[in-house]
Design a protein around this ligand. Structure first.
Ligand code: SAM
Length: 482
């Protein structure tokens, strides 16, 4: 039976509840009055504490997703843009993935790391190689990483992951530093999550892949990942282990997107109901071609318009949850969805183990790639493109380092302090990037942007302080934050 507070996967991601939700959405997809009511409920409201949004339930959001009245779809898109603007402004947080090891004991049928794939050379970075990769990433200008690894208790035990995190945080090359390490590794125990927390990780990210239990079991035919309940209940264990920020996601293309969308929101509702805080981020990866993987054999692929609608509906349903897209998506697709709700993107990514060090920005090793990268631009090109498109690339990691995680981060969002906090932090970290890593052209565009945008910090004292920090950064000092 559906129970949002239950700790059992089949109760909080209840199959019957999802089917009823989809039925309800189908019946109401032309119900203009209901859709208008839902949009009104989800609109940002001014309160004594700033601008607030209440979000939507999975049922309400599913009605929006199913809606096929063009005029209402336009309103859905406008509302998503309005919410994005209210809570995230024009800032886009930058990160890069770092692949540590592609050894894996699972048989996920969509993933090139599956253990039967003989085409892919197996590789695991030594600590010296981790160091080289991190230096290469720092030299690009990255401050935030997401580490990625296959699941293999012998080759990649938790101790290996912890060693890598330690190495990553220890490297200070020129003015570089990795200030936040997010972790995308297989579901594990409370004890191991506690160790990750102690190692100072940012977000623990785990994609559900699919919320549909039957499909899940077919898609993960063997290995520890086969256990649907263990995988689905992982975020509860992570939060029990003290990790405040968790990142959800589904791999779109595996099962029907409306089912996944409802499941994703039910998962978010569950975390909020049980732990008092929803997911910190939601990722929206789509299945890509990879070694031994042909995406065309999966028949649930979604087109770019549907993808954009999903992003818009997630933005409306969970306004305080960051949204991430990777270089799986093309430049054109990224351009489309950023305004609708995406708040973090990767740039200059390599999805192979050891893909950064020793390669120029034009060269990319393909042999151990996890998936084909669609957006192959350098970080500098992505940064400039964002600025030319009216966005502010941000390398900020302040919230996590100031202890503003979990519900404290949400509180900051809700009191509308973002413009006095995230906005100057974005500009300060962008200034660092321009100073240390940008091409002359990018630097020119960026400095003009900063001069303009710093005037939009509402609190005059904060603005003064930010201007002082900017001067200091230009004079060579680093790492200021609010
Ligand atoms: N091994 C970890 C786990 O089991 O969750 C996570 C690391 S894996 C490198 C990161 C994610 O890549 C997976 O969760 C999956 O969603 C995604 N992925 C796997 N195969 C993919 C493909 N062919 N195209 C796009 N994304 C893929």
């Amino acid at each position: 039976m559906y129970d949002v507070k239950s700790l059992k996967a089949d109760d909080f991601i209840n199959h019957e509840e999802i089917l009823e939700t989809l039925e309800y959405a189908e019946q109401n997809k032309h119900n203009k009055a209901l859709i208008e009511e839902i949009l009104e409920k989800a609109s940002p409201k001014k309160t004594g504490r700033g601008v607030e949004c209440v979000g939507l339930s999975h049922r309400e959001a599913s009605v929006l997703l199913a809606c096929d009245i063009p005029e209402m779809n336009k309103k859905i898109e406008e509302l998503a843009r309005e919410i994005k603007q209210a809570f995230y402004g024009d800032r886009i947080v930058m990160f890069a993935p770092l692949y540590l090891s592609n050894y894996c004991v699972n048989k996920c049928v969509y993933c090139p790391y599956h253990m039967q794939n003989k085409e892919i050379p197996r590789k695991k970075l030594t600590q010296d190689e981790v160091r080289d990769e991190v230096i290469a990433l720092q030299d690009m200008g990255h401050k935030r990483l997401a580490i990625e690894s296959g699941e293999d208790p012998v080759n990649n035990p938790i101790e290996y992951i912890l060693d890598c995190i330690k190495t990553i945080y220890s490297i200070k090359h020129k003015n570089g530093a990795i200030r936040r390490v997010n972790v995308n590794i297989a579901a594990t125990t409370v004890e191991n999550y506690r160790k990750l927390k102690e190692a100072g990780i940012g977000t623990y990210i785990l994609f559900q892949e699919t919320y549909h239990r039957e499909s899940y079991e077919v898609l993960h035919p063997a290995g520890p990942k086969h256990n649907y309940a263990y995988h689905t209940e992982a975020m509860d264990r992570a939060m029990d282990g003290g990790i405040d920020d968790v990142g959800l996601g589904v791999l779109f293309g595996l099962d029907k997107y409306r089912y996944e969308f409802a499941g994703l929101l039910m998962h978010a509702e569950h975390l909020e109901a049980v732990h008092g805080v929803g997911p910190h981020t939601i990722s929206v990866p789509r299945l890509r071609r990879a070694s031994d993987i042909d995406p065309n054999v999966f028949d649930n692929g979604i087109d770019d318009d549907t993808f954009a609608k999903i992003v818009a509906c997630i933005r409306i349903a969970v306004p305080y949850t960051g949204m991430i897209i990777s270089t799986r998506e093309s430049e054109a697709c990224r351009a489309k969805v950023i305004g609708l709700g995406v708040s973090q993107i990767s740039g200059g990514s390599r999805t192979s183990v050891g893909g950064y060090a020793g390669y120029s920005s034009e060269e990319r090793p393909h042999d151990t790639e996890q998936f084909d990268v669609s957006d192959q631009r350098t970080l500098d090109e992505v940064v400039k493109w964002l600025m030319d498109s009216g966005y502010i690339p941000s390398f900020c990691t302040a919230c996590y380092r100031e202890g503003r995680t979990g519900d404290r981060f949400m509180a900051l969002c809700k009191v509308g302090q973002i413009q006095n906090c995230c906005h100057p932090n974005a500009l300060l970290t962008l200034q660092e990037y321009l100073q240390d890593y940008a091409s002359p052209e990018t630097k020119k565009v960026g400095e003009a942007l900063i001069d303009r945008e710093i005037q939009n910090v509402p609190d005059p004292k904060r603005r003064e302080k930010a201007l002082e920090y900017l001067r200091k950064i230009r004079d060579g000092e680093r790492d200021f934050r609010f």
